[in-house]
Design a binder for this molecule. Structure first.
Ligand code: MN
Length: 295
């Protein structure tokens, strides 16, 4: 087992709809962990009456969105015709492939509470040009830890495997920890990220609180996570990407040309991006800065 210390990644702050989010991927120092390339932790917030967390229709290419809530609810609508309410403990997994459009609507909770995370997985060459897809898992498998419980969203952990679609070698889980230390088997081929959601968690020589993520390089046979009270973290891991990603707005690609093609298709309302049945108007976006400079 490697004893090297984890690297702490501090989240940047971004605004999505009416929400402040902590973005731990991508950051300047860390662009991806396995094929995981985006992580926005939103809330916990209590929206005031009249405030909403609606995200109007927008496109994606080349990625899977992984939506996971700790509190509240979202209504997912997409250009495949899906309409799916998601609640805590359930998984929404949308695969964009060559192009999809979705909206995430706030169904309006009586108490206005919302707390969740949205992660993106970069799709590999074999699927990123393919059809879009959506799946909802109402029951996500769990396993007991020494001091807590793991819910396995993607891939496997401690002999518990998620049935959700996985296009590359990776895993993602929510860990609810109580006082004590949980020792997990790790895959030495994987690099890992531990994203703090609530409480304080010790891992590989560092202490994580919300707004920070630990990065652990490949080569570990085990991970030890400890807390003195209770805490929640997301554990993500995977085989490091061989090809750098090019990300812009809601698109994940490998070249700027691919990004420009997708931007032009969205701006011209090309049939690459089908309509989604939403009461909101599709989001418009300015062209990439480098494209504006060239013209
Ligand atoms: Mn989206």
């Amino acid at each position: 087992m490697s004893t090297s210390e984890a690297q702490i990644i501090t989240a940047s702050h971004a605004r999505v709809a009416a929400l402040d989010v902590r973005r731990t991927l991508p950051t300047r120092t860390r662009r991806s962990i396995g094929a995981w390339c985006f992580a926005d932790h939103l809330g916990p917030v209590s929206l005031a009456p009249g405030e909403s967390a609606d995200v109007a229709p927008h496109p994606h290419i080349g990625l899977q969105t992984v939506t996971w809530l700790f509190d509240g609810a979202f209504l997912h609508r997409d250009s495949l015709g899906s309409e799916q309410l998601i609640r805590p403990g359930q998984l929404n997994l949308m695969s964009a492939g060559n192009g999809v459009v979705h909206a995430e609507e706030d169904p309006g909770q009586p108490d206005g509470r919302l707390h969740g995370i949205q992660l993106w997985v970069a799709q590999p060459e074999q699927t990123r040009w393919g059809p879009s897809a959506f799946e909802h898992l109402a029951d996500v498998p769990q396993c007991e830890l020494n001091a807590g419980v793991a819910t396995v969203l993607l891939g496997s952990l401690e002999n518990t495997a998620s049935p959700a679609r996985r296009d590359s070698d990776l895993m993602g889980a929510e860990l609810q920890l109580r006082a004590g230390t949980s020792l997990l088997r790790a895959d030495p081929r994987y690099e890992y990220g531990v994203i703090a959601i609530t409480g304080a968690t010790d891992v590989a020589g560092v202490t994580l609180t919300p707004g920070s993520m630990a990065y652990l390089a490949p080569g570990r046979e085990a991970l030890a996570l400890a807390t003195s009270e209770t805490s929640t973290v997301m554990l993500i891991g995977g085989v490091p990407l061989e090809t750098p990603l090019v990300m812009w707005w809601n698109f994940v690609a490998r070249t700027r040309e691919e990004i420009v093609d997708a931007y032009r298709a969205w701006a011209s309302r090309d049939e690459r991006f089908a309509r989604v049945a939403s009461r909101f108007a599709p989001i418009a976006v300015d062209p990439p800065a480098w494209l504006a400079r060239e013209s």
